[in-house]
Design a protein around this ligand. Structure first.
Ligand SMILES: [Zn+2]
Length: 323
């Protein structure tokens, strides 16, 4: 893979390609933006491009340096993140980085140090990093990554070229889920919406029981009031309840869209168009808004540790059934 093959993030990639063209090292970048949108992917391709033997504004994917990088074995790429169940990036890790910076590159022209989750540096580690950023070695590039600019100490951020990453749009997210991760059509449509373009979150959901729960919630919605007791099976614990509320929200959002005669491609639950259209006819506008209000309050109740049985009952009685 290469920078030109990245989906989305056109502005960050333009900045990085410009940096590659200038061949000006001894610089530090701060990649910031939501988690799971592709910062790490872009950082890897940029690091690979810095030492690609073709020395253009992208990696060639075929030289020996690119091939070693693809195997994750490139000796001049150093990746730091929280380690071993720790909450923070510690000063020992920054000292290791300092040692790396003091050595010549092993194979390539540039040493690349990446610190992921740099908002988790301890105070001592951040102060130590600050010294490295103040006097970067001329044969190195540092990339810091964070989920938000405000989470990074201003003294650190001010010493870096800041590059903002945004959520991917729905088409871009779908394209990655299909091309790179082979997620089927039904799931990728839903995940692209549900995760708001955050591929990391979409992938986590695609690999757990999320779609089983979604099927269970939808089957409850379609089966009628005699199944009321089973809502308690859906609202079993807090994480499952949170997920169930989000799934219900997506269903009623789609019903509102159908009532507003929005184009069908805007529906989150593309595979349930027929059932959603049928259910849309059951709800008056007042009932729909009341349902959405109940669901929104459900999220607040969960934060305050509400009794889950009570929450299940509240949702259940707000539903409208065909006579
Ligand atoms: Zn190459």
């Amino acid at each position: 893979m290469s920078l030109r093959e990245a989906i989305g993030h056109a502005a960050p990639i333009r900045i990085l390609q410009h940096a590659l063209e200038r061949r000006h090292f001894g610089v530090s970048f701060l990649f910031y933006g939501p988690g799971g949108v592709g910062k790490a992917f872009v950082a890897r391709q940029f690091a690979k491009s810095l030492n690609c033997e073709k020395q253009s504004n992208d990696c060639c994917d075929s030289c020996s340096s690119c091939r070693t990088s693809d195997k994750g074995e490139y000796p001049d790429l150093h990746w730091f993140d929280v380690e071993g169940g720790s909450e923070n990036i510690k000063i020992e890790q920054v000292r290791r980085m300092q040692e790396v910076m003091s050595l010549r590159p092993f194979e390539g022209k540039v040493k690349v140090c990446i610190i992921d989750n740099c908002q988790r540096l301890t105070e001592e580690a951040a102060n130590s990093l600050l010294k490295i950023l103040e006097e970067p070695s001329a044969d190195s590039v540092i990339i810091l990554m964070s989920t938000g600019l405000r989470l990074v100490l201003p003294t650190i951020a001010s010493r870096c070229q800041k590059i903002r990453f945004s959520n991917l749009n729905r088409q871009q997210a779908e394209c990655i889920l299909e091309g790179k991760y082979h997620v089927n059509l039904e799931q990728r449509r839903y995940l692209a919406y549900y995760s708001d373009g955050k591929i990391g979150e979409a992938l986590t959901l695609s690999q757990n029981e999320f779609f089983t729960q979604r099927d269970a919630v939808f089957s409850m919605l379609l089966q009628g009031p005699e199944r009321r007791a089973s809502w308690e099976d859906i609202f079993k614990d807090k994480p499952q309840s949170q997920q169930a509320l989000s799934i219900l929200m997506s269903w009623f959002r789609d019903i509102v869209f159908v009532r507003l005669r929005m184009p069908k491609e805007y529906l989150m639950n593309q595979d349930k168009q027929r059932q959603i259209t049928q259910q849309a006819a059951l709800y008056s506008p007042a009932q729909l808004f009341s349902m959405l209000d109940t669901l929104a309050k459900g999220f607040d109740y969960l934060k305050s540790n509400v009794n889950l049985k009570l929450l299940a009952d509240t949702i259940s009685v707000s539903l409208v059934w065909k006579n």
